[in-house]
Design a protein around this ligand. Sequence first.
Ligand SMILES: [Zn+2]
Length: 164
Amino acid sequence: MSYFENFMKANQAYVELHGTLNLPIRPKTKVAIVTCMDSRLHVAHALGLALGDAHILRNAGGRVTEDMIRSLVISQQQMGTREIVVLHHTDCGAQTFKNEEFQAHLERTFGLDVSDQDFLPFTDVEESVREDMELLRQSPLIPADVVISGAVYDVDTGRMTEVQ
Ligand SMILES: [Zn+2]
């Protein structure tokens, strides 16, 4: 049995709370948040977001990748967002490995050469936020007047600290 059945059950109760909202497709705050998939980071709760407020784009590490840019371009050009927050966090899974050893692990596991693939690990979380903010600033697909902010979320305390 998978966990999926529990989700289906929980959703029945959620539907009662949710009601029928008919919210607009464009996020109310005009903000897109780029963050990590970490299960200890409940973005909406931590940032005071309600349904319909913001786009939340997540991947491993909350890194600015080609696909993250793809989502941001759709977010901005189709859904009207004009501000981006890069939110990384303490004790991130992207800090638990180095490219070379992870590539070797994958080669042993799958018999595939992934030596040209960057899994975007990092050691300094503030530095990774700055790097990703810089990638956004340099992207020709992100307008220069888009407001870009960065922060680190502490998974132990729930506190968010701005990164300049
Ligand atoms: Zn993480």
